[in-house]
Design a protein around this ligand. Sequence first.
Ligand SMILES: [Mn+2]
Length: 293
Amino acid sequence: MFSEPSALGLQTIYSSIVDDDLPEDGGRRVFLGDLQGCLAELESLLAEIAFDESKDVLYPLGDLVNRGPNSKGVLKLLRQLGARPILGNHDIHALGVREGTRKLSKQDTIKELVDGSAESDELLRWLAGAPLIRTFPDYYLVHAALHPSWKSEKQLRTAMRSAPRGLVFPKKQAAAKNFAKIKDIDSSDFITRTRFTNPKGAWPSKHDKCNEDGVPLDPRWSPWYEYYSPDGHRGRFVVYGHWAQFGLRKGENTLGIDTGCVWGGELTAWIPEEARIASVRAKERYAGNFRPR
Ligand SMILES: [Mn+2]
């Protein structure tokens, strides 16, 4: 347990991995790309797929909040619909800001979410209850990436068991020392921020030159999913978000569904029960100067 005061008491409700059940009674799983406060598009998408809250379950893939126009509205609706999210880097940032371990930056649009009101704090506590990874018998859900050292389900579960329980608080204690497989990158950072990595799970530095698509020129860096093999993972497919720059990206064993709604792109969902991609166009470009984070 941590001794520092915690505005939200997050350390007691954070869990790193949650196993979810397959839907019953003809219900559908709706895996949903990065929302980032895009409430109008969420509503459109729900209408587009005729979302039935009595049977269907929404699984937002992290970055529910920030950069977009209505983070609070998104959280309210998701909570009301019984959505089961995972955490993204922007979600962790918002929680950290409220906990006082992180600072608001100029591009942040979450002021009203971290205002300390009872309503906001209740929404943040709900958000903080989301894990970093969800598993189904046939899928893993993760915001950004699985670590290259997780060659099997057992290795993944072992790593997640030893992952620090204080996700956003206190930052210093949530460091790699508790997480043997990841030497210098905090586990929650790796899972929620990685795009390119190497077999050891390192990140390219700021000084690595990239082409115009943001791909490092040094071939030692690869997209994380090139290290994922479903063999040790009961054949599971991985669905992830976080990578708007690449857009919808269908790999052999992975599917990226962050199509950059907040940047004026689309909001995309993958519905496994129907083998269907559904998407709606952003009503406007809410954030400019594309800068994937
Ligand atoms: Mn992200």
